[in-house]
Unconditional design. Sequence first.
Length: 376
Amino acid sequence: MKRIIALDMLRGYALIAIMLDHMPISVLRQVTLSNFAIFDAAELFVLLSGFLVGLVWLGIETRQGVRAAQWRFFRRAIQVWLALIAGSVLLALLSRGLFEAGLPHTAVWSEYARWIVEFPLGYVVTLATLYMQPNLMDVLALYVLLLAVVPLTVPLMRRWPLAFAIGSVAVWAFAVPLNAMLPNQRASGGLLFNPFGWQALFHAGIAMGLFREQFMPVLLRHRRTLTVTACLILLYSLAMAQLWRYGPEAKALSKQLWQLVGPVDKWSLDEVRFIAILAASWIVAVPLAQPMARLAGTGAGRAMALIGRGGLISFVGCVLLSVLGDALMNTPGTTPWGRRLAVDLWTLAALWLLGVGAAAYARRKAQRAAKVEFAG
C-alpha cells in the first residue's frame, strides 16, 4: 500500500497531542486539539486507525484474498495486546522509579507503582485479561478489542454495508448497558473507553478507507453544501471549547451552546463528538487537501509523519514520556514557565527519536524478509 504522508502526519499529531494532554501543567497543552474542538486526539487516533485498517484490508484482499486480510488483522490484534501488556508494565515500573527518585507525578494512578512490585503476577494477569486497563493505556485496550473483531466485521461491511451501518448504530445506542456487563475492575463495570460506542467511529473510518472511491464522487457533487455545513459544525465546536475563556458574557453564551446539545459524554462517544470529528475530516480531506499535503512536506510535517509511522512504539513512547514529563514539571511551588516549555520540547524530541528508531527497525525487518523471500 502506498503511504499517504498526510495521514502519517495526522497520526503523529494525534500521538503528540495525547502525550501533551496528559501532562497537566504543560505549556504546549494549551494549543492541542482539545482546546479548539469538542473532540480531542482520541477521536482523531481511532478514526485514522480505522481509515488505515480499511486501506490495508482493501490492498491485501485485492492481492491475496479475504483469508489473508483476516489473518493479518488477527495477528495485529495480538501484537497490540502484547504491546498493551508490555507498555502497562513499563508504565508501572517507570512510575515506581520516579516515586523512588522523589519525583511525584499525577499523570498516572499511583497504585500501579505499588502493584507492580507487591503483586507482579496479578498485575500482569489482570492486564492480559483486560480486566484492568491502566489510565493512559486505556485507548490501546480499546484498540485491541476493535482490531480483534475486524476479521469478522469487515467482511460483513463489504457484503452488506447499509445493514452493517444500521447494526453499528444500534450497538452504539445501547453502548452504556452493554459496556456495564463487561467484567472490569471499575466499580461501574466495563472499559473507560466504551468499545460498543467507539466501534461506530472506528468502523466509520474503515468505511472511509474501503469505499472512498465509490462514495467520494457522490459527495463531491455536493461539495459546497457539505463544506459549509462542516464549517458551521466546527465553528459551533470552537465556540463551545473557547468562549468560556473570554469573560462572563462569552462564558454565558458558551453555557447556552452546551445546553443546546446536552451532556457530551466522551467515554461512550457522544454523537456531538462523532459529528464534529466527521465534519473536521471532511474539511481536512477536501477543501484543505492541498495545504495539508504541503504541510506534510515541511520539516515539521515529516517529523510528525515519522512519529505516526512508529505505530505501537510511538504510542507506548508517548504514554511513558507523558508520565516522565509530568514528573519533571512537578516541582515544589509554581513551576517556572521556561522549565515547563523545556520539558515539553524535550519530550517532543524524544518522541521523534523513538520514531526514528522505529523506522530503522522497520527497514531492517523489511530487508530481512526480502532476503528470506529471495533465498526461498
